[in-house]
Design a protein around this ligand. Structure first.
Ligand SMILES: [Zn+2]
Ligand SMILES: [Zn+2]
Length: 389
């Protein structure tokens, strides 16, 4: 018997507008776009922010291209959730078939999302004519409260508290449940209840964490967003298993997101900060959630031989210290073999011995765990770190 597995990939995690500031590259600058492949092969895309372009450039048609249907759920029509559409190359291939789901906006009326497509592609905003989009496109209106089946999966939509409206989606697959609640602000009793319904018992609860709790109470009140603290509260109240902090503010540097994540982990056990390239596997045997980020960003790698002392925190939250050899290093990071299993997205203190003019010198670096590979070497894990100073 094979165990059902679902794969959730993060292609865009930034809120409001894309960022290209080097201070934000670790979590990523593309706006919201997620991909969920259910155990039956159904491909869902959640939102069409600028991350959608990246998904398109690594496109693998679902079901090996045999019944290449993709189901795209759009939460609302703010720029950051639709801007990737004209740049999504699979829309220009006639073998592909896309089913779009979104709500009827009172500002647009019937066929709201179809109108959004046409407006985005109109002259002089975009040079390519709509007729070049040769993939089959079907548009379905979703109302809050709706529940429908796609393959073996059940999708439920609920209103969230956000200017001009936003839908939250809950997708129940045989491998586990994902609740996607981007763009929402606490404070409306009925809509807060909707959020709890979406999150109830979810394996993965993705929630808006754009602002700090202090901002949310003062300068950013009424802007339609939430905080890490709200996410941890809702996760606790509803029995959600893992919280993913999402929709990072464009003004939040990686350091600020690190600090947000650290605080959230003090309030709730299983928390990640969404980052571009992160993949979460649901339903993997014997394991809860696995999350990793591809190592493609640590380019220009060189083999090396540095003695190093590494201090950090394990998965179970215990401090550890061990001696090892760093064999693979780049300007941005290193791949370190460890006996301890550090926590993903935690800090490691790496002290390396490097030959200098006056003999061997100690070099102190702060590393941030972006990747963990178990099973490469017996009794060891390969830990990918990015140096943050
Ligand atoms: Zn947004
Ligand atoms: Zn919005």
């Amino acid at each position: 018997m094979t165990v059902p597995i679902a794969k959730l990939s993060f292609w865009g995690v930034r809120g409001s507008t894309p960022t290209v500031d080097p201070a934000t590259w670790r979590y990523g600058g593309n706006t919201p776009c997620l991909e969920l492949i259910a155990p039956d092969g159904t491909q869902f895309i959640l939102d069409c922010g600028t991350g959608l372009r990246m998904l398109g450039s690594r496109w693998a048609a679902p079901n090996g291209g045999k019944a290449p249907e993709t189901h795209i759920l759009v939460t609302h029509y703010h720029w950051d959730h639709i801007q990737g559409i004209p740049f999504f190359s699979p829309l220009y291939a006639e073998n592909n078939e896309f089913h779009f789901y979104s709500f009827r906006s009172k500002f647009l009326g019937r066929d709201s999302l179809k109108q959004v497509f046409e407006a985005q592609m109109a002259l002089p905003y975009f040079p390519v004519d709509m007729s070049a989009m040769s993939a089959k496109r079907k548009f379905k209106e979703v109302d809050a409260g709706d529940s429908f089946k796609v393959g073996e999966n059940k999708v439920t939509a609920r209103w969230l508290n956000h200017p001009q409206g936003c839908l939250g989606f809950r997708i129940e697959t045989p491998a586990g449940t994902v609740a996607y609640a981007t763009d929402n602000e606490p404070g409306d009793a009925k809509l807060d209840e909707n959020l709890r319904e979406l999150a109830a018992g979810a394996d993965i609860f993705i929630n808006d964490a754009q602002f700090t709790p202090e901002q949310l109470e003062t300068t950013r009140k009424g802007w339609g967003h939430s905080s890490w603290l709200e996410g941890t509260k809702v996760a606790r109240q509803t029995g959600a298993k893992t919280l993913v902090l999402f929709h990072h503010d464009p003004d939040s540097t990686d350091r600020m997101v690190d600090s947000i994540l650290r605080q959230a982990r003090e309030e709730f056990d299983s928390v990640f900060a969404a980052s571009e390239g992160m993949v979460i596997t649901l339903g993997a045997p014997g394991d809860k959630v696995q999350a990793h980020m591809p190592g493609t960003r640590t380019a220009l790698r060189r083999e090396a031989q540095f003695h190093a002392k590494v201090c950090g925190v394990t998965e179970g939250g215990k401090d550890f210290e061990e001696e090892t050899i760093v064999r693979d290093i780049s300007l941005q990071g290193a791949l370190i073999s460890l006996k301890h299993l550090p926590r993903l997205q935690s800090e490691l203190q790496v002290t390396m011995e490097a030959p200098g003019a006056d003999g061997v010198q100690a070099m102190n670096l702060r590393g941030y765990v972006v990747r963990i590979d178990t099973g490469t070497e017996k009794g060891h894990v390969a830990v990918g770190v990015v140096f943050t100073d």
